[in-house]
Design a protein around this ligand. Structure first.
Ligand SMILES: *Cc1c(COP(=O)(O)O)cnc(C)c1O
Length: 383
């Protein structure tokens, strides 16, 4: 039996919720999506939640709502899934990266400050900065917010990994530090809707804008129209939008999963603590937690020591039936990004991270014996 690096947990209650939607009148655009959105808001403590068919879609409409366009620039972390950077290009804007911190692997606030200072001088300040809460650990959001106030950029937090994680005791995505936060509900993430995502914000204008863009730029709100309604069928397209809607089937699954969010995060934290405890005397570098954060523990990333290669260990784990992975290949090193002019060597901490990291299995239904199998292989390798 291969131990995967992550996997979803589907229970009978989830199945029943989805089946009840299948038997209902609405498979999409019914009551389940707003119910799911309200549940997220009341849990996280933000005002508005906009559910979408993926986190990528949510990131895209978040950028558009903040009017990212040709001539503008978005900065994100090089250690993220390509979607974080792609959405800026999809808006016609430019993208650039800010190197990571060596210990937390999140965007380095000092590197950000230094890059902003230079950009101000050369007139190339970003319109949006997108920190990524890697592995479920929040970035140093207060420092980033202070820089946003100083330099006038907006913050979209790619919290795809991080629902249920906390920063300074409060849930990530509550709107205290970011203009918009985005969570993913892909099956490997903390809770799932199959495919799906959500954008959270406390700004009603951004929320309305994202709702409009999620559904073709079409409105049924009289106050948004440029003339009186023609009749009960009437709607108007007032912006260019997309079909980024979540279905009621997905929202029902998500609502049911959300009931177990804290259980999941607690279980993931216990597994991470056990890895920390058992591996602390090995040669491996273990994930460092900033004192302001409580991670949702989407990923547990280990690093081989500086002079060692991670590939033999990666292969050994695979050979032993342990489904490891690597999150992520630095975005700027992909051929597509190289074709835009990015070069190897530009973000040394990110590139060093990539050369030494491995994501090891961590999911709430992971059995104790499976976790000990992973630990044993790791300890044996360095013995
Ligand atoms: C998963 C992920 C995304 C994309 O999420 P989807 O829901 O698959 O679109 C974006 N950014 C990060 C950091 C992710 O891990």
């Amino acid at each position: 039996m291969v131990i995967p690096y992550g996997r979803q947990d589907i229970q009978e209650s989830d199945i029943n919720e989805v089946v009840s939607v299948l038997k209902s009148e609405f498979l999409t655009q019914g009551p389940k999506v707003p119910e799911f959105e309200n549940k997220i808001s009341s849990l996280i403590g933000n005002l508005y939640s906009i559910a979408t068919n993926s986190a990528t879609s949510a990131l895209h409409i978040a950028c558009l709502a903040l009017e990212l366009k040709a001539g503008d620039t978005l900065w994100t972390s090089p250690i993220t899934f390509v979607a974080s950077a792609n959405v800026a290009l999809q808006c016609g804007a430019n993208v650039d990266f800010v190197d990571i911190k060596k210990d937390t692997f999140n965007m380095c606030p000092d590197a950000l400050a230094a890059k902003l200072e230079k950009a101000e001088y050369s007139g190339t300040l970003p319109k949006i900065v997108m920190p990524v809460a890697l592995c479920g650990q929040s970035c140093e959001m207060e420092k980033i917010k202070l820089l946003a106030e100083k330099y006038g950029f907006k913050i979209i937090e790619d919290a795809s990994h991080a629902i249920g994680g906390r920063y300074r005791g409060a849930y990530i995505g509550n709107g205290n530090f970011a203009d918009i936060s985005v969570f993913s509900f892909h099956p490997v993430k903390i809770v799932t809707t199959g495919e799906g995502g959500v954008a959270t914000t406390n700004n009603i204008e951004l929320a309305n804008r994202m709702r409009l863009l999620r559904s073709h730029g079409v409105t049924r709100e009289l106050s948004q129209m440029d003339c009186a309604s023609h009749g009960p069928w009437y709607y108007q397209q007032i912006a260019m939008g997309f079909n980024y809607r979540m279905t009621d089937l997905q929202a029902a699954l998500g609502s049911s999963q959300l009931d177990r969010l804290n259980e999941y995060v607690t279980k993931r934290t216990e597994l991470a603590n056990l890895y920390n405890e058992r591996l602390k005397n090995s040669d491996l570098m273990l994930p460092v937690q900033h004192e302001d954060t409580q991670s949702s523990w989407h990923l547990y990333v280990i690093q081989v020591p500086k002079h060692r290669d991670h590939l033999p260990l990666f292969k050994k784990l695979i050979a032993k039936g342990i489904g490891v992975n690597l999150h992520y290949i630095p975005v700027h090193t992909h051929p597509f990004y190289k074709s835009l002019g990015f070069k190897l060597g530009t973000f040394p901490c990110a590139e060093d991270y990539y050369s030494r990291s491995i994501s090891i299995p961590l999911y709430p239904t992971m059995k104790e014996c499976d976790q000990f199998r992973v630990i044993d292989v790791l300890l044996e390798y360095f013995a």
